[in-house]
Each structure stands twice: as structure tokens, then as C-alpha cells.
Design a protein around this ligand. Structure first.
Ligand code: NAI
Length: 244
């Protein structure tokens, strides 16, 4: 088992789904966890359920003031920041010719600009520590594109560019930045997909089952661990072979 004893970990969008599972796995491996999402009461409840070493802090990743407050609350509670996982994300799917500008902006703002703002704020603290791990949750559609997801695919492709650029800027300060690109993972986000879309994804998964949040967590924890010190700027697909 990977050891995160005394490591301080922030996972954005961790009130449910993949983010919550990440937080649970980090806690199981000894980390101090910051649960952060859009609703304060929910963040606090999840923190209570997960670990005595967890706190809940509401933060909208698109709001600079919320992010500053999140960093400060983390330092006040735990004194440092070792790992940040940029997990918060949304979909607003429709064919590009029908896509509203506001749905484009909203998805790019939360999925991409949110990760930029959180990375920038956390990197300032990690640079002083001269150590840190940042893991961005991209998607295989950021590599391949997907009909009906022009906004989402662009945001997830953008995250890969952000990952590689920030890896180059931050490596000399002991900070690695990597991305995980999940395939089809069973969460509330994928429950809303039409049956035909689910079927077409699952037919192409070599491992013959949908992924679970825990499958994603295994990859993220590895990239966030001391054992991954020589890996930076990489994108690891966690997709059961869907993109092979
Ligand atoms: P989910 O919808 O279950 O959870 C997303 C969480 O992000 C929610 O708790 C939500 O409240 C939070 N969130 C949304 N907007 C936010 C904001 N502005 N600030 C802070 N938090 C916000 O989604 P799921 O499936 O757990 O996805 C997590 C990440 O994994 C997302 O980035 C998603 O794009 C990515 N992903 C998911 C896949 C899947 O098959 N479920 C596949 C590939 C990537």
C-alpha cells in the first residue's frame, strides 16, 4: 500500500463520484484530506464520513477568492500542501452546431480555468516547500474528441496542455504535474448518458466492464506518491483498454 502518512491532500469536486473515492483512498493511506466542492454542509459531512483527519471547505474552482480561502484554510488546519488533484468537472453535452456559447464557457471555465487557478495558487505554496504533486483529471475524449462533447473534449485536451506546461515550469522546484485520462467510469456523470452511447463505449472496453472510481484512484495515488518522483508531464489513460 502507498504511504501518505502526514501528507496533506486537496481534491477538488470531492463531495461525490471520483473525487470522493480519491479522498477515501488517500485517507486510507494515511493522508490528511481537504474535501472541497460547491456546498459547505456537504463538504463537512463527507469529511466527517471519511476520516478524523479530514476537513470540508466550500470552494467554487472558478472563483479566485474561494481558492485563496481554500489554500489558507488548508494551511491553517494542516500547515502545508503536498498533493492537489484537479478533479472538479462538468459536462454540458450537445452537438456543436446546437451548443450555446454559455455552455461552452461554463465547461471551459470549470474544467480548465478552474484547474489553472487552483494549480497557480497551490504551486506558490509548493514552490516554497520545494516539493509537491499535482494530478489533473482529464479524459480520454481530451485525446480522441467525441461527438456531442466539443466543449468538454476541448477542456480536457486543454488540461493536457496545462499539465505539460506546468510540469516544465515547476519541475525545478520539486513539483511534478501529471494527468490521468479516465475512460468510461460509473458515476452520476455517466448515469445520464443515453443507453446507446453507454453501449458503444462498453463494447470497445478490452477489460469488458465499466471502470470504477477506485480504478481511477489507484492511478492517481501512484502519480501523487513518492514512488512516482521520476514521472512528470505524462498522461495515463485509465480506460480498460478502450483507446488501444
Ligand atoms: P461527478 O459529477 O459525479 O462529480 C463532479 C464533482 O465536481 C461534483 O461533486 C460537483 O459538485 C463538483 N463540481 C462541479 N462544479 C464545480 C465547481 N465549479 N467547483 C467545485 N466543484 C465543482 O463527476 P465524476 O464522474 O466523479 O467526474 C470527476 C472528474 O472525472 C471530472 O473532471 C470528469 O470530467 C472526469 N471524468 C469522468 C469520467 C466518467 O466516466 N465519470 C470519465 C473521464 C473523466
Amino acid at each position: 500500500m502507498l504511504d501518505f502518512t502526514n501528507k496533506v491532500v486537496i481534491v477538488t469536486g470531492s463531495a461525490r463520484g471520483i473525487g470522493r473515492s480519491l479522498a477515501e483512498e488517500f485517507a486510507r493511506c494515511g493522508a490528511k484530506i481537504v474535501i472541497t466542492d460547491l456546498d459547505q454542509a456537504m463538504c463537512e459531512q463527507v469529511a466527517r464520513e471519511i476520516s478524523p483527519n479530514a476537513i470540508g471547505v466550500k470552494a467554487n474552482v472558478t472563483a479566485g477568492a474561494d481558492i485563496d480561502a481554500l489554500m489558507q484554510a488548508t494551511l491553517d488546519a494542516f500547515g502545508r500542501i503536498d498533493v492537489v488533484v484537479n478533479n472538479a468537472g462538468i459536462t454540458r453535452d450537445t452537438l456543436m452546431i446546437r451548443m450555446d456559447e454559455k455552455d461552452w464557457d461554463m465547461v471551459l471555465d470549470i474544467n480548465l480555468k478552474g484547474a489553472f487557478l487552483v494549480t497557480k495558487a497551490a504551486a506558490r505554496i509548493m514552490m516554497k516547500q520545494r516539493s509537491g504533486r499535482i494530478v489533473n483529471i482529464s479524459s480520454i475524449v481530451g485525446l480522441s474528441g467525441n461527438a456531442g462533447q466539443a466543449n468538454y473534449s476541448a477542456s480536457k485536451a486543454g488540461l493536457i496542455g496545462l499539465t505539460k506546461s506546468s510540469a516544465k515550469e515547476l519541475c525545478s522546484r520539486g513539483i511534478t504535474v501529471n494527468a490521468v485520462a479516465p475512460g468510461f467510469i460509473e458515476t452520476e456523470m455517466t448515469h445520464t448518458l443515453p443507453e446507446a452511447v453507454r453501449k458503444s463505449f462498453l463494447e470497445r472496453v478490452l477489460v469488458s466492464r465499466p471502470g470504477t472510481p477506485k480504478d481511477v484512484a489507484s492511478a492517481v495515488l501512484f502519480l501523487a506518491s513518492d514512488e512516482a518522483a521520476y514521472i512528470t508531464g505524462q498522461v495515463l489513460a485509465v480506460d480498460g483498454g478502450l483507446t488501444v
